[in-house]
Design a protein around this ligand. Structure first.
Ligand SMILES: [Zn+2]
Length: 374
């Protein structure tokens, strides 16, 4: 399956437009509208606002019943814009859907494109799973740009939860009566140093990191409240649970040391580790090989995605494709610029063709579907 020239230029324009106009999680109105416009131009109808999310959508062709779904993402990062390259995730999955959806009469099961908002913050796929949007999905495929300069299929990722932490103390004049105050910021700082001490005992695949959202109103007032958000990541759920328990102890220890109190609540719901279906991945690998690409298999990426939650429910695999000639930092200004280069777009177009062909094969080969689902 090769992309006709006019579709190539439409997909590149889509990628550039989304990249130039970053929108944050759950507010990707213009990106969703741009994708919809391209699908409509290509003769598809698009159901907007599925699963109760304004910026989620679905386009579908083929018979009723189970489907092969391609999952597009299009949200950006606060402060960095498209430093995760979701413009390329949108472009590749839209293109793969359009390829796989050609000649719909030959499809034995449906092919669909699901627009999934809020991967970076919130977990739109979790909302869509809970709303039943994936109930008829039998196989899921998607993509992600790689900052590691590597082609990879059947990769895994870390599970993640994020906690909001609020320390509360007592305000007081920081000069005339500090002895009457209890410093909530001191509690929070001790949490961060406690985490730094803990980190040396964590598995090398675990991650803990956070930001301080609030540390006081005025220098001359002992802060009565301090707030942070902290992410905990691990490659399996058992390790993640142990980490949450230890994190809670450290946070309470910091409160005890400073005579403050701490409240810990959920900020980001659990993103499960990605569990790829290697038989589905084999189909994608065969298509990449035919195009001269030999991908790595089973690589652990120490990032996290709500695609993991989909992968726990339906057979799922994804392609990671390079956007730079050497490894770079993900979620960075450098990554943002890399996700707009000719190299990135060439690899995205190759990925689009391979993924479209793989989706098409799954949707037209009953034996293959049985093997994958077994
Ligand atoms: Zn990201």
């Amino acid at each position: 399956m090769t992309l006709p020239d006019d579709l190539r230029s439409d997909l590149l324009a889509l990628s550039r437009e989304i990249h130039a106009d970053p929108e944050l999680a759950y507010h990707e109105e213009r990106a969703a509208a741009r994708i919809r416009a391209l699908l409509v131009k290509r003769g598809h109808s698009v159901e907007m606002g599925i699963g109760g999310l304004a910026t989620a959508f679905r386009a579908r062709v083929g018979p009723p019943g189970p489907s092969v779904a391609l999952l597009a993402e299009y949200d950006a990062l606060a402060g960095v814009g498209h430093g995760c390259g979701h413009n390329l995730i949108a472009m590749t999955n839209v293109g793969a859907f359009l390829l796989a959806a050609t000649d719909p009469k030959r499809l034995e099961v449906a092919v669909e494109l699901i627009g999934t908002p809020a991967e970076e913050d919130g977990g739109g796929k979790i909302d869509l799973l809970n709303a039943g949007v994936f109930d008829s999905v039998a196989f899921a495929l998607s993509t992600h740009p790689s900052a590691q300069c590597a082609w990879a299929v059947s990769g895994s990722g870390l599970g993640i939860v994020e906690k909001r932490v609020i320390y509360r103390g007592l305000s007081s004049h920081a000069g005339s009566s500090p002895e009457r105050g209890r410093n909530a910021l001191n509690g929070l700082i001790r949490l961060f140093t406690g985490i730094d001490g803990w980190r040396q005992h964590l598995p090398s695949t675990s991650r803990v990191h956070g930001i301080i959202d609030f540390g006081g109103d005025a220098v001359n007032v002992v802060p009565a409240r301090a707030e942070a958000r902290i992410a905990l990541r691990a490659k399996d759920l058992a390790t993640l649970e142990e980490m949450v328990a230890m994190f809670t102890d450290i946070a309470q220890g910091a409160a005890l040391e400073t005579a403050t109190t701490v409240e810990i609540t959920e900020y980001l719901r659990l993103y499960q580790p990605v569990s790829a279906n290697e038989r589905l991945g084999d189909v994608v690998v065969e298509e990449l090989r035919q195009r001269g690409v030999e991908p790595q298999r089973g690589t652990l990426v120490t990032a996290s995605t709500d695609l993991g939650n989909v992968s726990q429910k339906v057979p799922t695999d994804w392609v990671r494709f390079p956007v730079s000639p050497a490894p770079i930092a993900g979620h960075s200004d450098v990554m943002r610029e890399a996700c707009l280069t000719d190299l990135a777009h060439a690899n995205a177009l190759l990925t689009t063709e391979a993924l479209g062909a793989a989706a098409r094969r799954v949707a037209t080969d009953a034996k293959l579907r049985e093997r994958i689902a077994a």
